[in-house]
Structures are given as C-alpha cells and as structure tokens.
Design a protein around this ligand. Structure first.
Ligand SMILES: [Cu+2]
Length: 138
C-alpha cells in the first residue's frame, strides 16, 4: 500500500514537471505572424504534384498562450516573383476553431514560387502576412 502511494505521488510530480516545461518551451511555428501575435502550423493534406491541385492544412494559435485563434479571414496567395505572375485564387475553409483547409493550390509550373499567407480583417485588408518561398521541381 505504501509503495502504491509513493508511485502515485512520483507520477504526479513527474507529470507536473512536464506540464511546466511544455508551457515554458518556445512554440514551434512554421509561420510566425508577429504583428498579429499568431503562430501557424502547416501540414500538406495533398502535397504538390504535377497536374494536381494541392491542399494544405493550417492551424493557428496565439503565440502567447497557444490557444486556437480564428481570424476573420485567411488567404493564401501564390506568386512567381521572378516571372511576374501568380496563380488562380486558392480557397480557404475553416474546419473548426483555428483549423483551416486551404485547397486549389495550383503550382502550374516548375520554379521558385512564394506562398503568401495573409490574415485579413472583415474588410479584406491585410493585417499581417508571412511569405514563404517554395521551389517546385517535379
Ligand atoms: Cu512562372
């Protein structure tokens, strides 16, 4: 009985330490929207493939607390700066609080593209943006 209580207490102590360390650890963000204070994490649902439209999952959380955030609108703009053109508009759907799916991502040619992630207000103005380079090489 004594041993069981000791085991229970040590598990509790170890558990509380791990909670503390996860709060102190800097959040791992693929995208950092510094003005908006938002952390973005991305996962390909359908990775870019030739002749296919890609789909990206995006999770947004507050940099300070890690709590999910749902801005009024999220937009992803694709550009090929060296060639002066973009791509067709992508489509963003909010799945749940802070969880988005961005589809119709069409990298229609090989080369250096940028993915411009924008947080918009209700009037469509850009509040913050993060531009990520991506090289497409089939
Ligand atoms: Cu091009």
């Amino acid at each position: 009985m004594k041993a069981r209580i000791f085991w229970f207490l040590s598990a509790w102590v170890i558990g509380s330490f791990s909670v503390v360390s996860s709060v102190e650890a800097a959040p791992q963000c693929d995208l950092v929207f510094t003005r908006a204070g938002v952390c973005g994490n991305t996962t390909w649902v359908f990775a870019p493939e030739q002749y296919e439209e890609a789909t990206l999952g995006l999770r947004l959380s507050q940099l300070s607390s890690g709590a999910p955030v749902s801005p009024k609108a999220i937009k992803l703009v694709l550009d090929m700066p060296s060639m002066g053109h973009g791509s067709a508009p992508t489509k963003t759907v909010m799945k749940s609080a802070g969880v988005y799916e961005i589809s119709r991502i069409a990298f229609f040619m090989e080369g250096d593209w940028t993915m411009d992630f924008q947080i918009l207000d209700s009037n469509g103005r850009v509040l913050d943006q993060v531009i990520v380079p991506i090289t497409i090489d089939w």
